[in-house]
Ligand binder design. Structure first.
Ligand SMILES: Cc1cc2nc3c(=O)[nH]c(=O)nc-3n(C[C@H](O)[C@H](O)[C@H](O)COP(=O)(O)OP(=O)(O)OC[C@H]3O[C@@H](n4cnc5c(N)ncnc54)[C@H](O)[C@@H]3O)c2cc1C
Length: 98
């Protein structure tokens, strides 16, 4: 064990002694069934608005960013006239729900 490991160990031990149950916060984690595809319209969803993500896995933010990137690509294609809105959103929703 190095000198810095010893300092970290002592600090962690002090912090551990200060932890009290009344300082904690209990969150209820709920679950739900996976969302099925729906008829595509001019309004869509991404990130936490559509997924059932546990806060414990460290994946919710990355998934929301991935969705935002997929949607961004489709909207750029719509804005440049390459695609119509509804088919572009439909393809986004297929990728997002995959
Ligand atoms: C305790 C906890 C720990 C987590 N730890 C991690 C982690 O370590 N790593 C990880 O990847 N993910 C983690 N997550 C999950 C992650 O935070 C989410 O999955 C992610 O923030 C989802 O991004 P989002 O853009 O979909 O939603 P949000 O980040 O919730 O963004 C939605 C935004 O919309 C705004 N909004 C809401 N209603 C309205 C309205 N009517 N008008 C305008 N704005 C509105 C909100 O204020 C918010 O800013 C954690 C979540 C929790 C609860």
């Amino acid at each position: 064990m190095t000198r810095s490991d010893n300092r970290l160990g002592a600090g962690a031990a002090r912090a551990d002694r200060r932890i009290r149950p009344e300082h904690g916060q209990r969150d209820q984690v709920r679950s739900c069934d996976a969302r099925q595809p729906w008829p595509t319209g001019p309004v869509t969803l991404l990130g936490d608005a559509i997924y059932n993500m546990t806060p414990m896995a460290g994946i919710g933010a990355n998934t929301a960013l991935r969705d935002a990137d997929l949607l961004r690509r489709q909207l750029i294609a719509v804005a440049s006239g390459e695609r119509d809105l509804i088919p572009a959103l439909h393809e986004y929703e297929e990728q997002m729900l995959d």
